[in-house]
Design a protein around this ligand. Sequence first.
Ligand code: FCB
Length: 441
Amino acid sequence: MPEATFHFPRGFLWGTATASHQVEGNNTNNQWWKWEQEGHTSGRSGLACDWWGGRWREDFDRAAETGQNAHRLSVEWSRIQPSPDQWDESALEKYRAMLRGLRERNMTAMVTLHHFTDPLWLYERGGWEAAETPALFEKFVRKTVDALKEYCSLWCTINEPNVYALTGYATGDFPPGVKDIRRAVQVQAAMLRGHAAAYHAIHELQPEARVGYALHYRPMTAKTSWSPLDRLVRAMRYEGINMAFPSAISSGVLRSPVGKVAIPEARGKQDFVGLNYYSADTVSFNPANRKELFTRASFPKDADLSASGFIASIPEGLFDSLKWIVRTYPNTPILITENGIEDLDDHIRPRYLAQHIHQVWRGVNFNWPIKGYFHWSLVDNFEWERGWTQRFGLWSLDVETQKRIKRPSADLYAAICKENGLSSAMVRKYCPEVFDKLFPG
Ligand code: FCB
C-alpha cells in the first residue's frame, strides 16, 4: 500500500502546554490553594508534578528527547510578588533557569503571565473586581518580562479569560464561586484592560515581542436546527462564551448579554491568536438552567467521548475554529495554545491526536498562518476543580511516588514532531481504527 505524509511548514512549533499551579506543587499563596483547602476540588494540588522542586528538568528532557521544539509554561504571580510590596528575586531566578533549560534543549519558550491563579493578597482585595487590578497586573508583567526577556519573546498575557470569568463568576465552579453574570462581565472588562496594559508594557520592554492571549473557543450548533428557540439560545451562548474578548479586540467594545463596555485601548492588541480548542457543543433551550441563561450544552449522540464525558472528540471543530479565526483576523499568525483529551488508559488519545493534527494540516494547506501546536499536556497534572480525576498527560503521573510512565501517545507525538508531519504509517501503527477516515481510498 502506498504511504502518504501530511507535511507541515519548516519551523513549525511542536510542543506541550502546562500551567504553574497545575505542575509546580506547593503553590500555597494563591486563591486556588485556598479553594482546595476549603474542599471545593476533587483532591488537592499538593506537590503536583514537583516542578518547583526541580522535576521540570526531567520533564523538559522528556519533551526534548521526543522531538518537541517548543514549550508553553506559565509563571506564578503569587511567587514573584508574594505580597504587594515585595518581589521575590529568587523566584524570578528559578523561572530564568527553567527558560534557560528550554534554550539549552533547543526549545522555543512561550510564557503565559496569568493562568487562572491570583496571589492571595490580590484575591482578598477583590481580585479582578477591584478597580486597581489591571494596573497591578501591568506592574507584575513589567517586572516579570524584564527579568525573563532574555529567554522569551513569545508572550501570552492571560489564559482563557472567558473561562476564568464565567466559571468563577457565572457558574461558580472556580473561586470565588460567584453566580452573577454582571460580575462575570465586569471581570472580563478588567481582564481586557489588564491585557491591553500588558500588551503595551511588553512591547515597550521588548520591541520584538509577540504578544497575544489564549482564547478558549467552542464551536456550537443548535440542537434542533429548525427550532427558533434553540437557535436563539445557541446564538446567546456563543456570544457569551466565545465572543467577549475577540469582539473587544476587534472593536474596542466588550459586548455582553447585560450591556456594553467601551475599552478602546484593547482594540487591535494582539500579534497572534492563541487558540485553546478541546471540543464543540450542541446547544438547546433549557428553561431550568437559569445560571447558564436557559441554555444547555451537550455532545452529539454517539460522540467519541472521554471517560468522564468531559470532552467529545470532534476534530472538525478544530478546523472550524481555525476558519473562524482566519475570517475574523485575516493575516494574523495563529498558535494552537492547547488541545488534548483526558484519557487515563490512552485508548482515545492516539486517534484524538492524529485526527486533530490532521485538521491543523488541512488549515495549513489553505495557507492559513498556523505557526505551532501545543498539546495539553506533557505529564498528568492538577485539573482545577476536577483535581486528579482527569489525566491529560502524554506521560502518566503517580503523584505519591512522582513516577512518570510514558503513554503510547507520547511515541505517536514524538514521531509527528520528528517527522514534522503525520504519516499513514503512524496512523496504522497507533490508531488503525481511523486509518480509512484519514487516508480514504
Ligand atoms: C483548559 C485550561 C488548562 C487545562 C485544560 C484541560 O481550559 O486552560 O489549564 O485545565 O483546560
